[in-house]
Design a protein around this ligand. Structure first.
Ligand code: SF4
Length: 177
């Protein structure tokens, strides 16, 4: 079913480009459908340590001097950006957290960690291409927020991340169908 949606979406996207339709809206639709399918397919037994939370570099405060791409824990947790909250969450829930500045590094991280499920954060186009790139690996996409425009000082609705984590946990424990 996910493969069918991916192929259908690729065709729709070609037409959307030709007709100059708003591609972000179409990507949002694709991400929503993908997320539903992935959540539905989670089997019991998936452990939180098998999750990989993959985030873009633009979530980091633009003026921060600490380099977090190679090692996210270089963050000093000053709270000026959402990276602090994400590290807190990853420690609380025992999930892997990695910063991927681009598709090549993201693929290397995925190869190294071999996650059972990826929770990826990004903009519409990044998530759309990332979900298709790593298929059949399941990816749940969460859109970032861009109060200063794209690629700089972006942020994230942590309630949404917690909600996704809760749903995954309940599904893995077999408490929701
Ligand atoms: S929380 Fe502070 S130290 Fe950590 S990445 Fe953001 S600005 Fe830098």
């Amino acid at each position: 079913m996910r493969l069918f949606v991916n192929i259908l979406f690729s065709i729709i996207l070609v037409f959307a480009r030709l007709l100059r339709l708003p591609q972000d809206r179409i990507c949002q639709w694709f991400i929503q459908i993908n997320n539903r399918l992935v959540l539905t397919s989670i089997s019991s037994g998936l452990k939180e340590e098998h999750l990989l939370l993959l985030i873009p570099h633009c979530l980091q405060n633009y003026d921060c001097e600490f380099k977090i791409t190679a090692r996210v824990k270089n963050c000093r947790r000053c709270g000026k950006c959402i990276i602090k909250d994400l590290i807190d969450l990853s420690e609380k829930r025992h999930i892997r957290l990695s910063v991927a500045p681009g598709g090549t590094l993201a693929r290397a991280i995925i190869k190294e960690y071999q996650p059972g499920l990826i929770i990826a954060v990004g903009c519409e186009r990044e998530l759309e291409s990332g979900i298709n790139d790593v298929y059949p690996l399941p990816v749940i996409g969460i859109l970032n927020q861009r109060p200063e425009g794209p690629c700089k000082n972006t942020t994230l609705d942590m309630d949404r991340v917690e909600e996704v984590m809760r749903t995954i946990r309940l599904k893995a424990e077999g408490e929701v169908s």
